[in-house]
Design a protein. Structure first.
Length: 363
């Protein structure tokens, strides 16, 4: 009989945390482990695929909406009515206090807190040491996507790292002909340098910086095109920004996509000007695809896997970004080197999923 694992995320929209979770769910031995999930809102992202893989999706109101006591009661009911669960795995931040406490009340012995970020809102941050204490009190295992995210949520406490691993074969088998066909269908000039970004349209992703950067590149007579992949609450604002700067012919909004490996190979340069990040999965994907990345120096340096594809730039010095883009030259990357690095550092999902199975076995 397979072990049931109950995960908790905000929604199953197509974001970094969710993509990471789905990578593990697709590759774990589902004869031995099955995932269910609690979410706090519906989306058109991964929900149907999650259910198709055998998982159940439970919808609960947010803690903010119904308060901690009712939330704990409702979460405990999910466990009691649908368990038993071998583990509860929370991918949220301070909310994990209530999730793990509810799991403890329900008798779940394996309770996992998983840190994916390096920042929370100002109000919550005031109580950081309080919710750090209660997370550590109620969790049986502290996990993190990287060192910075672990230090932020757990302080000096001991934690384990589970890499934001991906299926590297999807990026190795990508067809260059398909990418050329996509480029032609978008009418991108053959001599244009394609700058690309993948991420939700939210403040932290800093899309307005990308638009201003593109404007200044064009003003300096650089032949560049910008492709934006994703959706989110600020998409309309960004579209308006593009229109106001008369950049409509130079920016392509691609929406939510399932062909990320092909899109990455369409990019000449991947841009990530985020204000902060935990350990963004998309930077792992860009390196798997062999695409050079220009990344904000606010992002953890640990995303650089040592393949020579990541350059960190100061987010407040747009001239430096323009200079690097203006001097960009394509280079050939050894695919075998990429594959070897991913395997040795556990970013190949086939290796890292075994670590997750040990965790769920309580080992």
């Amino acid at each position: 009989m397979s072990k049931r694992i109950l995960h908790v995320v905000g929604t199953l929209e197509k974001g970094g945390i969710q993509a990471n979770l789905m990578n593990y769910y697709r590759n774990i031995n589902r004869s031995n482990y099955q995932f269910d999930i609690v979410v706090h809102g519906k989306s058109d992202g991964f929900e149907e695929e999650f259910k198709a893989l055998g998982g159940k999706v439970f919808y609960l109101p947010t803690i903010k909406k119904i308060g901690p006591i009712k939330y704990i009661q409702q979460f405990t009911n999910v466990i009691n009515q649908n368990g038993p669960y071998a583990a509860v795995h929370s991918h949220l931040m301070y909310q994990s206090v209530f999730i793990l406490y509810a799991a403890k009340l329900a008798g779940v012995n394996n309770r996992i807190s998983h840190s994916h970020s390096t920042r929370v809102s100002g109000f919550i941050k005031r109580f950081k040491y309080i919710w750090q204490y209660f997370i550590k009190t109620n969790a049986t295992l502290l996990l993190s996507c990287g060192e910075k995210a672990g230090e932020f949520l757990y302080g000096k406490s001991k934690y384990s790292i589970l890499p934001n691993a991906i299926d590297i074969e999807k990026f190795e088998k990508n067809s260059s002909e398909k990418c050329i066909e996509m480029r032609n269908s978008l009418n991108i000039p053959s001599n244009s340098l394609v700058l690309g970004h993948i991420g939700r349209f939210t403040t932290v992703k800093n899309h307005h910086f990308l638009i201003d950067l593109l404007k200044q590149c064009i003003e300096k007579d650089l032949n560049v095109t910008l492709i934006l992949v994703g959706d989110g609450p600020l998409k309309y604002e960004v579209e308006k920004h593009v229109s106001e700067l008369k950049l409509t012919n130079s920016v392509y909004f691609m929406g939510l996509r399932d062909d990320i490996p092909c899109l990455l190979n369409l990019f000449d340069v991947f841009l990530l000007p985020s204000l902060y990040e935990g350990f963004p999965v998309v930077t792992v994907e860009s390196q798997a695809a062999g695409v050079p990345a220009l990344v904000s120096d606010s992002v953890s340096k640990e995303i650089d896997l040592g393949i020579g594809l990541v350059e960190f730039l100061p987010i407040n010095e747009v001239e430096k970004w323009i200079e690097v883009i203006g001097n960009f030259q394509k280079k050939d990357i050894d695919r075998n080197e990429i594959k070897a690095v991913f395997k040795s550092r556990m970013f190949d999902i086939r290796a890292s999923v075994k670590q997750l199975e040990f965790i769920y076995d309580g080992e």
